[in-house]
Ligand binder design. Structure first.
Ligand SMILES: C[S@@+](CC[C@H](N)C(=O)[O-])C[C@H]1O[C@@H](n2cnc3c(N)ncnc32)[C@H](O)[C@@H]1O
Length: 227
């Protein structure tokens, strides 16, 4: 296994080990940036899609699927983490299944759709992304959109160089202890646009929600459609 494959394996495993802690921080609203605007930003972006079913890829414990269901948008969530999918199914409010990104790339029958909207909310954490993005593009209906919310490269850069690279999230700043650090791939804006273009998609709009008092960017929301 090369270092990138090893990082990817640890990333995936971390979401099984951290499932309980993650469920708690999401359900108790313990992530400030989510309260400050990123939850609202992705819900609004999904609602701009209009009627039609939505697939939430990397849905975690399922909050966005439930939120869309409450607003009359039927949604389905998939995630690699069996304990997170169990927590989502216990709460209900939509359909949920265990599936990995690799499953979606390999088998067109997995959550085949076609979907009017596909959403990845802070769930694209690996490298490369274009094989998955291509697999998602093939599941969109003729007017479908892929929505990606991710950390804003400017805010997430911190003191490290502005260069795409694997990093590690320790979750130390979170209000509850997480048992497993998570490798994740920090991506520059150019790298996001490159992965999207190689997958045969184009960005038609970018939202940059900002913190209500500091004005710092909270995230990037990329609205993509077939090129
Ligand atoms: C930061 S969490 C976001 C969860 C959810 N979208 C939310 O907004 O709360 C990232 C999610 O991506 C999922 N994920 C990461 N890599 C995956 C993979 N290879 N296949 C399927 N799911 C994956 C994780 O299990 C985790 O639930």
């Amino acid at each position: 296994m090369n270092p990138a494959e090893e990082s990817d394996r640890k990333l995936v495993d971390s979401w099984t080990e951290n499932a309980e802690a993650w469920t708690q921080v999401v359900r108790d609203q313990l992530i400030p940036s989510r309260r400050d605007g990123t939850d609202a930003a992705i819900v609004m972006a999904c609602l701009t899609l209009g009627a039609g079913p939505v697939l939430d890829v990397g849905c975690g414990e399922g909050w966005l699927v439930r939120e869309l269901g409450l607003r009359g948008v039927p949604a389905t969530g998939v995630d690699v983490s069996a304990p997170l999918i169990t927590r989502a199914q216990e709460r209900g409010g939509g359909a949920f299944a265990v599936a990995t990104y690799e499953d979606l790339e390999r088998d067109a029958n997995v959550v085949a759709g076609p979907w009017h909207g596909i959403v990845c909310n802070f769930s694209l954490l690996s490298d490369p992304l274009h094989p998955l993005l291509r697999a998602l593009r093939s599941r969109l209906d003729a007017n479908g959109r892929l929505l990606i919310q991710t950390v804003h490269p400017w805010t997430a850069k911190g003191d490290a160089p502005y260069r795409s690279a694997w990093r590690t999230e320790s979750f130390d700043a979170f209000a509850v202890p997480f048992p497993s650090p998570m490798p994740w791939y920090y991506r520059t804006l150019a790298s996001w646009l490159e992965e999207i273009a190689v997958a045969g998609l184009r960005v038609e709009r970018i939202d940059e929600p900002v913190h209500p008092t500091t004005g710092s960017p909270l995230s990037l929301v990329l609205h993509c459609r077939t090129a």
